[in-house]
Design a protein around this ligand. Structure first.
Ligand code: SF4
Length: 242
């Protein structure tokens, strides 16, 4: 399946989240005629996120450079909301890229973290400081090429502020960042979720670790999700769903 064409998404003169979500919904909906896999749809959502962000940045650039670099992973201790196709894409990436022993070890770590964090609110996760199980010892994401748009939307102008926030008891530290970036990510997520729901597929937002734990435990999960089975019920992120 080909990536969505580089058409101009409707950013207009300022960030228009509703228009971005609608454009993404339309683009993803159009892909169904190509009989995509969940991975294809997750990859398309990420591609559309990058297109939309590039347009937003061209019109309203960040006030300063972002400080985010490989190995800096304070934000990888926060709760992440994802669409089902993104979590299925991460699971497929891990199955494809890791040798069986490493995959088994990683799956066990995902289960452990899930047991600690299942049902925690965003605020509770800030205090808990539990690392995403996909972080390696060097603070790199082992699924970086397949990471969800929410992860890509996290950013900061100052890593020292992220460090201070991470080290504080409640995370109550002022962190300056390019605020339009997570808003674009959230609009893309909403558009992708709407396109799935329209096809009577489960497009509810999931908590990443819980969703991944379910996805790695069941080799048939993608097929069952396509059949409309509520395979991700236990991972639905009610907080992210508003
Ligand atoms: S999936 Fe990757 S980028 Fe996202 S929180 Fe986990 S380690 Fe960080």
């Amino acid at each position: 399946m080909s990536a969505p064409a580089r058409r101009s998404l409707p950013v207009l003169g300022r960030l228009n989240e509703t228009a971005i979500a609608e454009a993404v919904r339309r683009e993803i909906a159009a892909l169904f005629s190509e009989r995509p896999s969940a991975t294809d749809l997750g990859a398309a959502a990420f591609d559309l996120y990058e297109q939309a962000l590039a347009q937003v940045e061209a019109k309203i650039p960040p006030s300063r450079p972002r400080a985010c670099v490989e190995g800096c992973a304070y934000c990888c201790h926060l709760k992440v909301a994802v669409t089902p196709v993104e979590v299925l894409r991460v699971a497929a990436h891990l199955r494809r890229s890791l040798p069986p022993k490493d995959l088994a070890r990683l799956s066990a770590r995902v289960r452990e973290v899930d047991a600690k964090t299942r049902g925690m609110s965003t605020a509770a996760r800030v205090g808990a400081k539990v690392a995403c199980p996909l972080l390696d010892a060097g603070g790199r994401c082992v699924a970086y090429q397949a990471r969800p748009v929410s992860c890509a939307g996290a950013n900061s102008f100052d890593a020292a502020q992220c460090k201070a926030g991470f080290e504080s008891a409640d995370g109550d530290v002022d962190i300056q960042y390019y605020g339009l970036q997570p808003r674009v990510a959230s609009a893309v997520r909403a558009g992708a979720a709407a396109a799935l729901s329209e096809r009577a597929l489960d497009g509810r937002l999931l908590e990443l670790v819980a969703g991944l734990s379910l996805a790695l435990a069941d080799g048939e999960i993608e097929r069952r999700w396509w059949r409309g089975e509520p395979v991700f019920d236990a991972a639905v992120d009610l907080e992210a769903m508003g």
